[in-house]
Design a protein around this ligand. Structure first.
Ligand code: DMJ
Length: 485
């Protein structure tokens, strides 16, 4: 998630003014960024426009070369399916809906909404991953609905959630099966990961709120309970459960995948829906994380892997996916630790032009040198900035944006990197759909004075879908184009 609730103005500029007046933060007249010269402060407006240009270049290529497919392959000029070969859900379109709205690309938004309403086929005889379907498709449809107020998008989100529900309701433990067939409801995959079990409460809670049907929230909460009540005596959870017996099949405690967004959802469920039990679980497990996983021996804050029942260290890998944690810490009141952990990730950018997907933090060597255009570092920039008002995080985002343009930009937008340690870097052929929902949006919100976003109080899901804080400044004069059409 991501939420900030603060007094004061709504816009980015007014927010900074309010923060400065209320609680002066360390001014950043000039920031020395790793691997760069000193960045002088200047207006971010130009960068906001550049974020839109970056988004447009990839979106236009997607429209031209892969419209209706899940994801764009910008080098080969084609499209690909995310969930299963031969089955497509227009994932990029669904993921882009609220970004299009925030960027005021209203003609494109109308086209996107029309595609979703008339072409998105949910009744497909295919098994899909429940977790990815929830965070990307249900979440994208919900934020699209909140942006456009189009009831058809909510109906689609509900239709999809209903098709996914057997994964939860047929489970003896309440932890969902990993896959469900969207047409038949057949479930499969009794071995499921903690992130996948426990990352549905944000979206299902919102669906319950909007429809008045508590069963979605109930199912997601039961799944969280299945994990939290099986925590070890050290207040650590493992990586995977046999969801039929409830026994742990992966007993390594880690902040990284396949656990990561589970922690976000505990906090988000509390923050969005006021569920005290989620707050208690989050607090308890966070104490366990800091007691057994936090590792400061390199002089930086990192998080090791450990055996969940003994706390014995078992690994020192750090996935880039874990770079969401500084933002979550900031949102949940551990700002100092969040800042420190973000500093660690920033230091990594001294050694690498782009963050490798997996490193050993003791040696700072890449264990997986790919860079799948991950958004987590910038995601944390946004939430640290919202929490502190410190422009340092805008500067860090500016640096990453520059590097993405330098190394990932191709004629059809942006693409993933297969090896960030090679010179020149070896490129892959994919624009992940999350780039449209996350990276582009985070840059835009950090740099632009987005008039359709409430900087004072917002909530973004793990996939960057905005569930709170979408403003409708045009509503009085007739509202946006696609609403209700
Ligand atoms: C996104 O799909 C979500 O942020 C998810 O929670 C994990 N990270 C990927 C992108 O890296």
């Amino acid at each position: 998630m991501r939420k900030s609730a603060r007094p004061g103005g709504l816009s980015r500029r007014r927010l900074i003014g309010a923060l400065t007046a209320l609680a002066p933060v360390a001014a950043v007249p000039a920031v020395s960024l790793p691997g760069t010269a000193v960045a002088a402060p200047e207006s971010y407006a130009g960068l906001g426009k550049e974020a839109v240009t970056a988004f447009r270049s990839a979106w236009d290529a997607y429209r031209r070369l892969a419209w209706g497919r899940d994801e764009l392959r910008p080098l080969s000029g084609s499209g690909s399916d995310f969930f299963a070969p031969g089955h497509t859900f227009g994932l990029t379109i669904v993921e882009a809906l609220d970004t299009l709205y925030l960027m005021e690309l209203d003609e494109e938004l109308v086209t996107a909404v029309q595609w979703v309403k008339h072409e998105l086929a949910l009744d497909q005889d295919v098994s899909v991953q429940v977790f990815e379907s929830v965070i990307r498709l249900v979440g994208g449809l919900l934020s699209g609905h909140l942006a456009t107020k189009d009831p058809a998008l909510l109906d689609l989100a509900r239709d999809l959630a209903d098709r996914l529900m057997p994964a939860f309701t047929e489970s003896p433990t309440g932890a969902p099966y990993r896959y469900v067939n969207l047409s038949t409801g057949a479930v499969s995959g009794r071995h499921n990961y903690v992130a996948e079990i426990g990352s549905c409460v944000t979206e299902f809670g919102e669906l319950s709120r909007l429809t008045g049907d508590r069963s979605y929230y109930g199912a997601a909460k039961k799944a969280l309970r299945a994990v939290c009540e099986r925590r070890s005596q050290l207040d650590l959870v493992g990586t995977a459960l046999d969801i039929e017996t409830g026994t742990w099949t992966g007993t390594t405690a880690t902040l990284g995948p396949p656990v990561d967004s589970f922690f976000e959802n505990l906090w988000y469920g509390w923050e969005l829906y006021g569920d005290e039990e989620l707050h208690a679980w989050y607090t308890t497990l966070t104490v366990g994380v800091f007691k057994y996983l936090a590792d400061r021996r390199t002089g930086r804050l990192w998080f090791r892997q450990a055996e969940m029942s003994t706390g014995r260290a078992t690994g020192h890998a750090q996935s880039e996916l874990t770079a969401f944690y500084p933002g979550l810490l900031a949102q949940s009141g551990r700002v100092t630790a969040g800042r420190r952990y973000h500093d660690s990730w920033t230091a990594l950018l001294d050694a690498f032009r782009l963050p490798p997907d997996l490193i050993d933090y003791r040696t700072m060597r890449a264990r997986d040198p790919s860079y799948p255009l991950r958004p987590e570092y910038v995601d944390s920039c946004l939430f640290l900035w919202l929490a502190t008002g410190n422009q340092l995080y805008c500067e860090r985002a500016r640096e990453m944006f520059g590097r993405q343009k330098r190394y990932c930009q191709v004629p059809n937008g942006y693409t993933v990197v297969r090896d960030v340690t090679a010179s020149p870097m070896k490129l892959g052929d994919l624009t992940p759909a999350y780039w449209f929902s996350e990276n582009a949006k985070y840059y835009f919100l950090l740099f632009a004075d987005a008039r359709r976003f409430d900087y004072r109080s917002s909530h973004l899901t793990t996939e960057g879908n905005v569930l709170r804080g979408l403003l409708h400044p045009d509503a009085a004069s007739g509202g946006m184009g696609p609403a209700g059409k």
